[in-house]
Design a protein around this ligand. Sequence first.
Ligand SMILES: C[S@@+](CC[C@H](N)C(=O)[O-])C[C@H]1O[C@@H](n2cnc3c(N)ncnc32)[C@H](O)[C@@H]1O
Length: 281
Amino acid sequence: MKFPIKLNRLYWGKVLTHIFPSSVDPRVLCSGKIDAVSFTSAVSVLKFGTTLKTTNKKRFTQTIQELANLKFQGLPVVLDVGASDGSASIDVIRNIEFNKYYLTDLNIEIFYNISGGATYFYDEKGVNILMVSDKWVVYFDADGAIFPFNKILNLIKRRIPKLVGGNKKIVLINPELQALVSSKVAICKYNMFEAWNHEKVDLIVAGNILNQCYFSDFEILNVLKNLISALKENGRIVIVDNRPHEKSSIFKFVKGVVKLEKRINGGTDIESLVLNNDTWE
Ligand SMILES: C[S@@+](CC[C@H](N)C(=O)[O-])C[C@H]1O[C@@H](n2cnc3c(N)ncnc32)[C@H](O)[C@@H]1O
């Protein structure tokens, strides 16, 4: 990350936060009492490894319209991969009919610890990913950091308190989505680099996750292999990019071959990766 140290927008005035890299204060997540919109904007600040949890409602409305028009043999089973806090997924859930909706993400919870006036956020393995104070939001992501951020980061890193038992946990699922959980909507942790070991699905939604800024082509192909193996015959996978505008492609899996069914606003950037593989079986 080029600028791993950002101004905390709660403290600094609008002029400075427009000029310099700045961030929403994600500590609102720790309060427990938070509305759905503030929850999403706080979760969107978090970064795990190479991927941000950025999401939003009404992110891919045209794609959802196309999905609502697709014909399936019965009501589809849906797998939503890398759904973040589920805000974008709420629109899918509300606009398409389904038999079962698996809303999944690799990073579903985070831990925090308050020490010396700063709040430290850790992933489930205890790796510190973020430090937030009244003035600063600091990412512990030195990859590509420019001088002097790289040096300052090294100094701060030496003082990070370790994650110890008793730290508080935050579930990174939007309260609005949590209210929709039922026998038809399940939330589960799923790493797309591994095989999907639940039932086969009719539709996979991969929104803003199969991104060449996050992963190499080799990694994306590995993920595609796992996802396509999770599809039933005639199943669909939709890949959406919002960078910055909505573009997506809907693919259909027929007799071991993936075919393009619909392209929206020019299609996903990785269309050729999906189509250049002759057989996915
Ligand atoms: C940019 S967000 C996309 C959120 C949502 N799909 C949307 O379009 O608004 C990417 C999400 O992918 C998740 N993610 C990263 N690596 C993953 C992996 N290996 N398996 C599953 N999810 C992953 C991140 O935790 C993050 O929540």
